[in-house]
Design a protein around this ligand. Structure first.
Ligand code: AQP
Length: 343
């Protein structure tokens, strides 16, 4: 019997690493759908700080960014009265389950992960940590602890989600039905936002070589304008969705426009029927991005001006999260044959 008997509504769990500045990719692929879906699911959203140390990091920055990401969750519409917002490292259960699952996960499964291969290739071989390789198992632990039915993420996380499902199924097969096997929940638009300066690559928050790579959630309107007006396009004039890599820049701008406005592809194209070229397209994208970000930035400033407010929410969130996570961990320990501690 699994540990999900007490669930009234289906559950979701997701998180963002407090590494770098949150981008419109993080917002459109993750935060925006979390805010929408929190009304339909029992929701757990964590700031995954343990993931942020899998690559070189600075302790002061980690502290600052952890609060910043939590505040951005709320500023993006995640309501702490409806959803549980917490910090991953506040619950030792995440690290413990990660170790237990690591011991059951074949190394070959981890060696296949494309994100590991990409990130490892960007570092000196001797500085690649084993934590970077084990990252997807920690992610599996994050999700499985909450018996999540669905995990709202961008398209880049699809492979890690598959691994989580494999780990859950393997555990259930070895020790009896324990974990809910989760589904990925990928948004219809905005799941794959590309870099503004290199539109065939993912818009990333940590691997940034140029100030024109990403639009950040906390960028002021004039910086958003500068970045989008300089976005790489092509030498054509046609404004249409396209899978041709040569036309990836225009396609990306249309996707950003579509994800912010939530319009259908036909409506988006109709909006640009009178456009006189890519300059017009960019101007309108600047408008919708700034319209979307201004209220987020205002709420962010309000939330962070109240000393201690974010920490208070995180403390309450950790308490609620621990109720669920610790119950799952206890069941896992028992299933795996660990003795109960008599203290
Ligand atoms: N470009 C994107 N388009 C759509 N969704 C995206 N996400 C990230 N980038 C895009 C989604 O945001 C959530 C948090 O992911 P993360 O903390 O792993 O953020 P990241 O930007 O991918 O992280 P890194 O490791 O700091 O940078 P990378 O990997 O880019 O080098 C996830 O749901 C993710 O899908």
């Amino acid at each position: 019997m699994s540990n999900n008997g007490s669930k009234k509504r289906k559950r979701v769990l997701s998180g963002v690493q407090p590494s770098g500045n949150l981008t419109i990719g993080n917002y459109l692929g993750a935060l925006k759908q979390w805010a929408r879906e929190q009304h339909n699911f029992e929701s757990f959203f964590c700031v995954v700080d343990l993931h942020a140390i899998t690559v070189p990091f600075d302790p002061d920055e980690l502290r600052t960014k952890t609060r910043e990401v939590a505040a951005l969750y709320m500023a993006s519409g995640i309501d702490p009265e409806i959803s549980t917002i917490f910090v991953q490292s506040h619950l030792p259960a995440h690290s413990e389950l990660s170790w237990l699952l690591n011991c059951l996960t074949p190394l070959g499964w981890l060696n296949r992960m494309t994100q590991f291969k990409d990130k490892a290739a960007k570092q000196q071989a001797e500085s690649v940590s084993s934590g970077l390789l084990n990252y997807p198992v920690l992610m599996a632990a994050d999700i499985l602890l909450y018996q999540a039915d669905a995990v709202p993420v961008g398209d880049d996380q699809r492979q890690h989600l598959e691994l989580t499902r494999d780990v859950a199924q393997r555990f259930n097969h070895m020790f009896g039905d324990t974990f809910t096997v989760p589904e990925a929940m990928i948004p219809p638009s905005g799941a794959r936002i590309k870099a503004l300066d290199e539109p065939t690559a993912k818009m990333s928050k940590s691997q940034v070589d140029s100030e024109y790579h990403a639009a950040y959630l906390l960028d002021p309107p004039n910086r958003i304008k500068k970045k989008i007006m300089r976005a790489v396009t092509d030498s054509g004039r046609d404004i249409e969705f396209s899978t041709d890599p040569e036309r990836a820049g225009v396609n990306n701008l249309l996707e950003i426009y579509q994800a912010f406005t939530e319009k259908s592809s036909e409506e988006v194209l109709a909006d640009f029927a009178d456009a006189r070229g890519y300059g017009d397209l960019k101007k309108r994208v600047v408008e919708v991005v700034n319209e979307g970000l201004t209220p987020i930035q205002q709420r962010y400033n309000d939330l962070t001006s109240e000393a201690g407010y974010v920490d208070e929410i995180l403390a309450k969130g950790a308490e609620r999260a621990a109720e669920v996570a610790n119950a799952t961990l206890e069941l896992v320990r028992e299933r795996m044959g660990f003795l109960k501690a008599h203290v």
